[in-house]
Design a protein around this ligand. Sequence first.
Ligand SMILES: [Zn+2]
Length: 123
Amino acid sequence: MHELSIANRLVEIALEVAENEGAEAIEGVTVRIGALSCVHNRALAFSFDLVTKDTPLEGAELRIIDVPVKVFCVACDREVELPGIQRFRCPLCDTPSGDIRQGRELEIESIEIRDADKATAEP
Ligand SMILES: [Zn+2]
């Protein structure tokens, strides 16, 4: 399962951050997932719960920010957001575009840790 290895990687990064920050515990991890990253949110959330068991991340909340696909439309001379991933055409003028500018993200946005003086840490 693809999501399980992603969840494992997220946990590794979060634990590193927690250690560097001297955190007692991690309360939540927020990730940005692009529509083209082929990650199923529910499968990822399930995997996250699984791999955080018996770690300082147990019980931490996984928040997922869905990132829509944006392509550059030559005709409109701007980036446009696609309503889905079935058609790579500008929703404004219907010009085909494969120039993907956003939507492949798979990254940690923030990690919420619990300690005395800091609430949030950037990875
Ligand atoms: Zn266009």
